[in-house]
Design a protein around this ligand. Sequence first.
Ligand SMILES: [Zn+2]
Ligand SMILES: [Zn+2]
Length: 283
Amino acid sequence: MDPLNLTGLTGLSILFLVLVFLPMEKVFPAKSRQKFFRPSWFLDLCFFLGQYFIWGAAILWALSYFNFFLGNIIPQNFRTAVASQSWWLQAIEVILLSDFIIYWAHRLQHKWSFLWRFHKVHHTAEHLDWLAAHREHPLDTIYTVGLINLPAFILGFPLETLAGFIAFRGIWAIYIHSNVRLPIGPLKWFIGAPELHHWHHDIERDRGNYANISPLMDLIFGTYTCPDHEPEKFGIKEEFPKNYVGQMIHPLLPEKTSKKIMKKNLLGRLKLKKETENTVEPL
Ligand SMILES: [Zn+2]
Ligand SMILES: [Zn+2]
């Protein structure tokens, strides 16, 4: 896509998301005192722009390549057998399999430190809204999107057929991060809601709610949690850079180097705080 069209598309996407989510966040706020331009808004905007201008095309390329690679190793008669089923049965199979895979893949992101180093970028957000949904390391996105679409790729659904499904999942991912608490009653047992994902973003790394669209897998595997109030604090307990470039580069560094840098930063901040306190004139 040429730069002019891409800029137009990005502008339209921001406009669309603001028009859809801003009224919802105003009428049904999860945290009523949160402002539109809350802390780290600009950082999340960088992630949004990065996705549209840099990473989107790279991620799509990686997905197409992955799809092509699987196409060469999956036996054609298996795909023909799948395609001979009715479309609704295929759709149910794909949705259930994707939810199952992404549930366990997401649990692994929280458990295994190698995956957590990329996934924690997403969890550094201390304020959730429609924009914070875009805070994600591109390698973390490739992992998630690749695994969510794995069943559809194996069954042989072409990318064009999946486009609508991928777009729906994308909008859903933005919705569950929005600063919204909609009273949907017992429906919340069947479809995921922002409050479930908000609890997933609790400062405790293993709070639960790993599923994406439906909370079914969390209910089955015992990780469903939904207190009737919002978590006190979102984010992570670990030290991590608070700027875009730092958040992009840090997960790629060897763990020892990364820890060393963060320790140095923390000590520097504590020293600065102490100096500031000492220079304040007593009343
Ligand atoms: Zn997570
Ligand atoms: Zn999230």
